[in-house]
Design a protein around this ligand. Structure first.
Ligand SMILES: NC(=O)c1ccc[n+]([C@@H]2O[C@H](COP(=O)([O-])OP(=O)(O)OC[C@H]3O[C@@H](n4cnc5c(N)ncnc54)[C@H](O)[C@@H]3O)[C@@H](O)[C@H]2O)c1
Length: 282
């Protein structure tokens, strides 16, 4: 199945970037949010991003204009009725996702496929409130969506092969590299990456200097960013929440969140966004 009209639900950090990505691939897309302020902000951000690419000579003015012609914004769910693919990107709360999935299921075309950009919630649970479990799956984009190449594709228990194959083909069409990930906490990337940051924090708690941990991994493992620099960049609160999700989800002590991270979060040292984390940014 080829998707001609896409709707992205949620125009926040991820939703607006996903909508831009789809439009850049020449596919019609509507970005819907309950907040008009958010759709206005999303539109301004996309225009700013495209103008930057234009100024750097990476995109012509004609290309910029044709992308903007493919992209519309709305504050009404009525606009999903014509979509054949719906990408949900509302905040990471299961109760909210279930409410949104039930609404989308009731309004969308019977053949439409609905996917979630969840970072780790259960796709099967979202599908359980719909009458189309075969047409539901996860597509996990990474931030910033127009730049990051990877998407993790997650099957729910009821996802059909036809749905999976169509969405995989779509992800290639929008210039992403798809991988299939099991429906388990953290999927693939976060399950591997976040425990590495957590382990870096354990090293600091046990006496290592943050600079040494980061240097070790940059120059010994050829990583572009050290694990603690990355933790500060992502936000220590976000990192801790992911670790707690892994710990609970697998009931396995190997995912035990580092107590030092908990202390830093309690102290309000959340990383770059608060000015202080493993490093001082002031
Ligand atoms: N931020 C990241 O780095 C990142 C990366 C990958 C995946 N994700 C996932 O993407 C999803 C969205 O995250 P985000 O960072 O873009 O959040 P965000 O808070 O920036 O944006 C969420 C948007 O959803 C809107 N919204 C809330 N309820 C709604 C509803 N009922 N209908 C329509 N819109 C509604 C909000 O107004 C807001 O604009 C989450 O599931 C998150 O886990 C986030």
């Amino acid at each position: 199945m080829e998707f001609k009209k896409v709707a992205v639900i949620g125009a926040g950090l991820m939703g607006s970037g996903i909508a831009q990505t789809v439009a850049q691939a020449g596919i019609e897309v509507i970005n819907i949010d309950i907040s008009e302020e958010q759709t206005n902000k999303a539109k301004d951000n996309v225009i700013k991003n495209l103008n930057k690419l234009n100024a750097k000579g990476k995109m012509t003015t004609e290309q910029t204009e044709s992308i903007l012609q493919k992209l519309r914004y709305s504050n009404s769910y009525e606009d999903i009725k014509r979509a054949d693919l719906i990408i949900e990107a509302v905040p990471e709360k299961m109760e909210l996702k279930k409410k949104v999935f039930a609404e989308l299921d009731a309004l969308a075309d019977n053949n439409a496929i609905i996917v979630s950009n969840t970072s780790g919630l259960s796709i099967s649970e979202m599908a359980s409130v719909t009458n189309r479990a075969d047409k539901i799956m996860g597509v996990h984009f990474f931030y910033p969506a127009p730049i990051m190449k990877l998407v993790e594709l997650i099957r729910g228990i009821g996802t059909s092969d036809e749905t999976f194959d169509s969405v995989k083909e779509f992800s290639v069409k929008i210039n992403k590299i798809p991988v299939e990930a099991p429906e388990l906490p953290g999927f693939l990337v976060n399950r591997i990456l976040v425990p590495m940051m957590n382990e870096g924090a354990f090293c600091v708690m046990e006496g290592a200097k943050p600079e040494d941990v980061d240097k070790a991994m940059k120059f010994g493992a050829n990583l572009p960013m050290g694990p603690l620099e990355l933790a500060d960049f992502v936000g220590l609160d976000v990192m801790l929440a992911t670790m707690e999700g892994l710990y609970e989800g697998f009931s396995d002590s190997k995912y035990r969140p580092c107590p030092l991270i908990k202390t830093l979060v309690k102290a309000g040292h959340l990383g770059r966004k608060s000015g202080k984390g493993f490093y001082n940014y002031n």
